[in-house]
Design a binder for this molecule. Structure first.
Ligand SMILES: Nc1nc2c(c(=O)[nH]1)N=C([C@H](O)[C@@H](O)CO)CN2
Length: 120
């Protein structure tokens, strides 16, 4: 299985269960591992055969700008399903963390793994 990873991806979004969190954007950290639907690019060295990670980053920025989730779990699930369906990935691992939100904890969050239900 070949994987594209995005580590330490930081961006702002509205997220949280409390009223103030629905008004003030917070920085979250995303870490993603995205299995590739095929590995042709390794042999061909042709960009047409590659999954463009810049497009994935743009898609995630779009989600973070347009959606407001209460729970980190729900945001992680939405990102995972978007990656599986729109980028035809067979498997994805998504971690979403808040930074410094609780005293004494540098970073906390959730990590989920999802498989595509599509069979070829
Ligand atoms: N399992 C979770 N627990 C909590 C979440 C969450 O998203 N998932 N969120 C909060 C609050 O929004 C918190 O981050 C604000 O301090 C609390 N617990």
């Amino acid at each position: 299985m070949d994987i594209i990873f995005l580590h330490d991806f930081k961006a702002k979004t509205l997220i949280g269960i409390y009223p103030w969190e629905k008004k003030v954007a917070q920085t979250i950290q995303l870490d993603l591992e995205i299995a590739l639907p095929e590995n042709h690019a390794c042999q061909t060295d042709n960009f047409d055969d590659a999954l463009d990670y810049a497009v994935i980053v743009e898609r995630i920025h779009h989600i973070l700008a347009e959606k407001h989730f209460s729970l980190l779990e729900a945001l992680a699930e939405h990102i995972a399903q978007t990656i599986l369906t729109e980028f035809k990935s067979p498997w994805v691992k998504v971690s979403v963390a808040k930074l410094g939100i609780i005293r004494g904890v540098k970073k906390l969050g959730v990590c989920i793994e999802r498989k595509s239900t599509l069979t070829i």
